[in-house]
Design a protein. Structure first.
Length: 290
C-alpha cells in the first residue's frame, strides 16, 4: 500500500490536526530480556510536553505506551523477571517478541497494524492493532488504542499475571502507559475515588493521572475493557494499565479474538475532577464511536 508519511528507521509519526504528537516505533532494537515490542514514545501534549518515558532506570522494560503482557501461556511479553509461585521474581529465558507484519491501513492520524506475538520463532498470537489520534480541544487530544488478540498456535492459551501466579495486587498486563517521573508523584483519581491505594485495582469508567504540567485521562471504550481493573502506580513510579488478568487467568480461545480499547485524553496542565470527567465523556461518547 502507499505510505502517506515517511518511515524513519522503523518508526512512523502520528499527527493530530497536522501537528506531530507521537512517534511509533514498530521495529525497535531492544534486548531479548525487554520483550521487544512496538511502542509509542515520545507521546506529547499539544503544548509539546512529553508524557511518556522510555526504558527508565527503575524498569528498563517499560516502553512508553505499549501492549505488554507478563504471561501468555508461560511466555513473558512484559520484560524483566517472571513471578513464579512460591519462588517470587525469577530470571527466566521465556521472553517473547512482538513482530511487525504489515499495515492494513496507514494514515497521518493513525494506523491499523498486524503483529505476530512469537516465542522462539513460534507464533502464539496474531494482533490487529488500531491506533488513532484525534483533537478534543485547544489543549487536549485523544489517543485511541484498540487491540484484537487472536490465538493462532493451535493449542489452548490463557493470559496470566504475577497476581494470578501468587503475588497479590500485581495483576498488571495489557495496555500500559509509563509517564515520566516528575518532581512529585502525580495525583490519581476516578469519578469517586482519589489516591493510589483507592484507585489501584478499581473498576471505573475512567481514571486520571495529573501533574502541574500534564493530565492523562484513561477511559475504557468497550464493555469488556470497562470490566477490567486499573493497575496504578504513583508513589514508586508513575504508571497506568488496563489489566487483562487481575485475579484470574483470561482464556484465549483458538480463533476467537479478545478485544480491548482504551482511549486516553492527553491534556496540557492540571485538570481537576470535573474537567477530567468532561474529557472522559468526550473520549467514549458518540464522537468516539466506531
Amino acid at each position: 500500500m502507499s505510505d502517506p508519511h515517511p518511515h524513519t528507521a522503523g518508526a512512523v509519526e502520528l499527527r493530530c490536526g497536522g501537528q506531530a504528537v507521537a512517534r511509533y516505533e514498530y521495529r525497535p532494537h531492544l534486548a531479548r530480556r525487554e520483550s521487544p515490542r512496538p511502542y509509542l514514545h515520545p507521546v506529547r501534549t499539544l503544548g509539546g510536553t512529553a508524557v511518556t518515558e522510555l526504558r527508565p532506570a527503575d524498569h528498563v522494560h517499560h516502553l512508553g505506551v505499549s501492549m505488554a503482557v507478563p504471561d501468555v501461556g508461560g511466555a513473558n511479553f512484559w520484560g524483566g523477571r517472571t513471578f513464579v509461585r512460591d519462588r517470587g521474581p525469577v530470571e527466566l529465558d521465556n521472553h517473547g517478541r512482538q513482530s511487525h507484519l504489515g499495515w492494513p491501513e496507514l494514515r497521518e492520524d493513525g494506523f491499523t497494524e498486524e503483529i505476530a506475538w512469537q516465542r522462539e520463532g513460534r507464533r502464539l498470537l496474531t494482533e490487529r492493532r488500531t491506533v488513532t489520534a484525534r483533537a478534543l480541544g485547544e489543549d487536549c487530544w485523544a489517543l485511541d488504542f484498540a487491540t484484537e488478540l487472536t490465538n493462532v498456535c493451535g493449542e489452548e492459551l490463557s493470559v496470566g499475571s504475577p497476581a494470578t501466579n501468587g503475588r497479590p495486587g500485581a495483576g498488571y498486563g495489557g495496555f500500559f502507559w509509563r509517564p515520566p517521573v516528575g518532581p512529585r508523584p502525580p495525583e490519581v483519581f476516578t469519578e469517586d475515588a482519589e489516591g493510589e491505594e483507592a484507585v489501584h485495582g478499581s473498576r471505573a469508567p475512567w481514571l486520571a493521572m495529573a501533574t502541574d504540567a500534564w493530565t492523562l485521562v484513561f477511559a475504557g471504550a468497550t464493555e469488556d475493557t470497562r470490566g477490567d481493573r486499573w493497575f496504578v502506580r504513583a508513589a514508586e513510579y508513575p504508571g497506568v494499565g488496563s489489566a487483562l488478568a487481575w485475579d484470574r487467568r483470561l482464556p484465549l480461545p483458538a480463533g476467537r479474538p479478545v478485544v480491548r480499547r482504551v482511549v486516553t485524553g492527553v491534556a496540557d496542565g492540571r485538570l481537576e475532577r470535573a474537567a477530567a470527567a468532561e474529557v472522559a465523556a468526550r473520549l467514549t461518547g458518540k464522537e468516539a464511536a466506531r
